[in-house]
Design a protein around this ligand. Structure first.
Ligand SMILES: Nc1ncnc2c1ncn2[C@@H]1O[C@H](COP(=O)(O)OP(=O)(O)O)[C@@H](O)[C@H]1O
Ligand SMILES: [Mg+2]
Length: 347
């Protein structure tokens, strides 16, 4: 703010100086001390100096802004990994046969609050599993631990009986495809945006088209001016898509590695869609994901009622699990939330 006030003051001072200088030159011209040509030259020089000064000031402010981000970047680059990667070199079981086990897993963020509190469950191969619970229940934290973006503070995650910490991290990340709620909108072409799911397929138009078709965005892409070459996003004057269309592009990234991965996850990338649209996307996704383990995360129960297993989280604890029918019969938290949401959404 101080710099801004200084700049305004500087601008006012510049205008005053300009007026005085201009007045003196005009007086000299009237007294025939200088020629009319000199006056013209003077005015041009004055304008040039003023424009240069303005550019200098605006560049200075941009630089100041950029330096704030550079400070954050350097802080990030200097930070040390919080995970111990010294023993993670064992090959990933492929296919996983007995499943992925969360064994009494707890997790606390650096502020010390428990986001997960002794959570235990089994993800069996080829199942479609739903993770439901209200905002802040700990759903995304489970996905982050599963993708090994962090390690549990307590308990263990086992893949066919082997601790996830012992498995080769790069290999594990190749086995899991996740679309998070805050997925990125890249100012790249449509094709590049989808290929981010598998960069080796950047030039494989057939593969890009298949992924786009699976998520129901292929027709829209065909109608764009340059189809898969169309630049997206406003940043570089590209074509802007609607929120729902961006979501489909992000989900198409998941399908780019469908054949290689063992685990596909949607962590509420559809949260800004209306409940019916989310239901349609999730139903279609679970139909398409065959022979893989799929995890669908949402706070809307209707979107996942077709799943093989539904896990209900509340304040970091896994409080119920079972099929939709079994959980409704239990008359517990799931049944309670279902009734509440049914009234709100008129399911
Ligand atoms: N990066 C973070 N730092 C500190 N607390 C966090 C962070 N991310 C999430 N939390 C907290 O952890 C809890 C669980 O969050 P999250 O797993 O994102 O919930 P959900 O996905 O179910 O909405 C919440 O109380 C949230 O505020
Ligand atoms: Mg979340």
């Amino acid at each position: 703010m101080r710099s801004l006030l200084d700049a305004v003051a500087t601008t006012e001072e510049t205008s005053a100086t300009r007026c005085i200088a201009f007045y003196r030159v005009v007086v000299q011209a009237i007294n025939n001390q200088i020629t009319a040509g000199n006056v013209l030259l003077f005015i041009q020089a004055l304008n040039y100096i003023q424009t240069s000064l303005q550019i200098l000031f605006s560049e200075f402010f941009s630089l100041q802004e950029a330096l704030i981000f550079m400070e954050r970047l350097y802080k990030f680059l200097d930070s040390n990994p919080t995970m111990d990667l010294t023993v993670s070199d064992r090959n990933i079981p492929n296919p996983i046969t007995s499943g992925i086990v969360f064994d009494n897993v707890s997790f606390a963020y650096p502020d010390g609050r428990l986001a997960l509190d002794r959570v235990s469950f089994i993800l069996k191969p080829n199942q479609t599993v739903a993770l439901v619970g209200e905002n802040g229940a700990g759903k995304t934290t489970i996905i982050k631990l599963l993708a090994r973006l962090d390690d549990p503070s307590g308990g263990r995650i086992l893949v066919d009986g082997i601790d996830l910490k012992q498995l080769d991290l790069a290999q594990w990340r190749q086995q899991i495809a996740v679309v998070f709620q805050d997925f990125c909108h890249y100012s790249l072409t449509v094709g590049e945006n989808i290929a981010l799911g598998d960069l080796t397929a950047l030039e494989k138009l057939d593969k890009l088209k298949l992924a786009a078709k699976k998520v129901g965005i292929a027709d829209k892409i065909d109608r764009l001016e340059y189809q898969y070459q169309t630049l997206l996003g406003k940043q570089f004057d590209g074509t802007e898509l609607s929120g729902g269309e961006w979501q489909k592009i992000a989900i198409a990234r998941d399908f780019m590695r469908e054949k290689q991965v063992q685990l596909l996850v949607l962590d509420e990338p559809t949260a800004t869609l209306d409940p019916r649209s989310e239901y349609e996307v999730y139903s279609r996704f679970s139909e398409l994901v065959t022979g893989k383990t799929a995890i669908l995360v949402t706070h809307r129960l209707a979107s996942v009622s077709m799943c093989d297993l539904i896990m209900v989280l509340k304040a970091g604890k896994l409080i119920e699990q079972g099929t939709h029918r079994k959980l409704l019969q239990q008359q517990g938290e799931y049944a309670h939330l279902w009734q509440m949401q049914a009234q709100a959404y008129q399911i």
